[in-house]
Design a protein. Structure first.
Length: 156
């Protein structure tokens, strides 16, 4: 289990931040297009993408923006809202760094977060604002038990 989940079990607070890095491939984009049924030619044709004043084919924005779900899934965040701003295209082979920061947590564990996703040149490609609910004591116990079960299974 990831260190991210272990931090969630210990309890999360305003200011906690998580960083992920991922390089996107053309194969992932093709697969995402099949799953999402987004067949926009900008993802499949260099000629079409260049007609849109892009350098070439680009990754699906929601595929890249989906990096936030890796953090959310690991910490047990139950999302109630997501808002994205797509600032720059992401090309195949780009390496994206996602910095996910919890900006507010209330007494009922309702939370707000923001994520900044930047390319290998340090240029922001996506900004995201999220609302949701962080795990409380009961959910933290369940996640802790899941880690214990995984350790037992991998040892045997």
């Amino acid at each position: 289990m990831s260190d991210i989940r272990k931090r969630a079990i210990a309890g999360l607070k305003t200011g906690d931040s998580f960083t992920l890095v991922r390089t996107f491939t053309e194969e992932e984009t093709l697969y995402f297009g099949e799953i999402s049924r987004d067949q926009n030619p900008v993802h499949y044709s260099d000629e079409f993408a260049q007609a849109k004043n892009l350098q070439g084919k680009i990754c699906h924005g929601l595929l890249v923006g989906g990096m936030i779900t890796e953090v959310g899934g690991q910490i047990g965040w139950l999302a109630s809202g997501m808002n994205f701003r797509f600032r720059r295209p992401v090309y195949f082979g780009d390496t994206i760094t996602c910095v996910f920061t919890i900006t507010e947590v209330d007494e009922r564990n309702r939370a707000r977060a923001e994520a900044i996703l930047s390319n290998q040149h340090g240029e922001p490609v996506i900004e995201a604002w999220l609302t949701g609910v962080l795990p409380g004591p009961r959910e933290q116990q369940v996640m802790s038990a899941m880690i214990s079960e995984e350790k037992t299974a991998s040892a045997g």
